[in-house]
Design a protein around this ligand. Structure first.
Ligand code: CMC
Length: 430
């Protein structure tokens, strides 16, 4: 690397020169270390973080131009082929894939914490039956912090690990409770003889009076959806968890903040928005008209485009295959909504408007179709994303709170409001 690449100089009008180092990434963009800039009376301005690295991280890397995603250096395609969601979770949290003994220990630790305190049932009864599951999930995850005051002691390794295990273990239980509550169905206690994904499907769909058999194709699809959504670098909800966590707040409360951020249609709410869009289009013959509406900026094509990927989202390629497997297994290949989705995908992939803007289908385009085929209602889609992403939130939170020089996140602003106003003068005019 040349000298010019290693530092950058900013020269102010009065001749003052600030030289800032360029920190080298192991892969991807290097960053200008601007931490000293504030001392010179200016701040960098980058709303929506279009060119800003907010932290240093060793967990997940995305090459948006090539359409690649790596968890701790492993390509997502290899992990999706060979690993379960919990193996991926261990990798994200600990930096290495587990050996046999570590895997068993980790899975047992998660199973041991799947139940929630029975008091939580009373909390649920305070919600309206038609409450959005993400509203309930946000509230309940925050409320769970009241049950585990010991998690505040997260500088202690054991407390921190238990908090992480509890959160990963209880997310499926609480998510299923959100669904059962809206349907007026009895809550199902977790079954620890089942694997993570089968247990989630059991808590969602079983009834106390009948035997419930999990379809292995559905379990595999569910587990893959979890693994593919487990982490995605410094996205909006992960950054929210980091910012919330930087104040030293309770980890369950930081996760609740992440759930709240994920809810939005530009982020985790997109899988729900995809299906709503497909329902709004209604039939294959309306696709042309809808595409025209998108080009005229009347609508956004939900499930297309990404802030980071300017090539095919690698998760989308994997999950597209899973989508076919699930529809085959359930005999739903002729589902009109699926056919409509495929027509839309074909149009968008061949239309110059979408090609020029590099708008490819993202993971949410296909995950929504799978979830619908499994029988999960639209409103629940983003809760499934949250269930999976809790792993990434926790891996990133853990990385952050164990940094020796952790500081609270506190951005500055470009103030363009009034400089000074006289309250007494204004009152006289009344
Ligand atoms: N449909 C139509 N046009 C689009 C779309 C879309 N989905 N996404 C971006 N554009 C256009 C946009 O109109 C703009 O055009 P112009 O240059 O003429 O003004 C250009 O592409 C750039 O758009 P942008 O909003 O500046 O791009 P962004 O990087 O800020 O937005 C995004 C990224 C994901 C919010 C956006 O692509 C979008 O709204 N997509 C639909 C929602 C969606 O599927 N979100 C899930 C993302 S994957 C899950 C996750 O990681 O959270």
């Amino acid at each position: 690397m040349s000298d010019i690449q290693q530092t950058i100089k900013v020269v102010f009008g009065d001749g003052t020169t600030v030289e800032m180092p360029i920190l080298k990434a192991s892969i991807g963009e290097n960053v200008i270390d601007m931490r000293t800039l504030g001392k010179y009376g200016v701040w960098s301005y980058d709303p929506a973080f279009l060119s800003t690295a907010a932290c240093e991280s060793k967990i997940t890397f995305i090459d948006g131009d090539k359409g690649q995603l790596f968890y701790r250096g492993y390509p997502i395609e290899q992990l999706a082929e060979h690993s379960t969601h919990l193996e991926g979770a261990y990798l994200l949290l600990h930096g290495e894939l587990p050996n046999k003994e570590q895997k068993e220990k980790f899975e047992t630790a998660i199973k041991y914490h799947t139940m929630v305190n029975d008091q939580l049932i009373k909390l649920f009864s305070g919600f309206r039956r038609d409450a959005h599951p993400m509203a309930m999930l946000t509230g309940v995850m925050g409320a769970l912090s009241a049950f585990y005051p010991d998690a505040f002691d997260f500088k202690n390794l054991d407390s921190r690990e238990i908090a992480i295990h509890r959160l990963i273990a209880k997310m499926p239980t609480v998510t299923a409770m959100c669904y059962r509550y809206t349907k007026g169905l009895p809550f199902m206690y977790p079954r620890n003889d089942l694997d993570y994904s089968s247990n989630f499907l059991y808590m969602m769909f079983a009834t106390p009076c009948e035997e419930y058999k999990v379809n292995p194709v559905i379990t595999k699809a569910m587990d893959r959806i979890f693994l593919l959504h487990a982490d995605h670098e410094q996205n909006a909800s992960t950054s929210t968890v980091r910012v919330a966590g930087s104040s030293g707040t309770h980890p369950f409360a930081a996760v609740a903040a992440g759930v709240a951020c994920l809810w939005g249609p530009s982020h985790g709410g997109a899988n729900e928005a995809v299906l709503r869009m497909l329902e709004e289009i209604g039939s294959e013959d309306k696709v042309d008209e809808y595409i025209e509406g998108v080009k005229n900026k009347k609508y956004r094509l939900m499930g297309f485009g990404h802030r980071v990927y300017k090539n095919m989202d690698p998760r989308a390629s994997i999950i597209r295959k899973t989508c076919y497997e699930v529809l085959d297994a359930l005999g739903k290949h002729d589902d009109p909504i699926f056919k409509l989705a495929m027509k839309l995908e074909k149009y968008a992939l061949s239309d110059p408007y979408f090609i020029d803007k590099k708008l490819y289908p993202n993971v949410d385009f296909y995950s929504g179709i799978i979830l619908r085929a499994i029988g999960i209602p639209l409103e629940m889609f983003t809760t499934i994303f949250a269930l999976a992403r809790v792993v990434g939130w926790l891996a990133q939170w853990k990385e952050m709170i164990t940094e020796p020089d952790l500081k609270i996140s506190r951005p500055r602003q470009l103030y363009t409001g009034y400089t000074s106003r006289d309250y007494v003068e204004i009152n006289k005019r009344k």
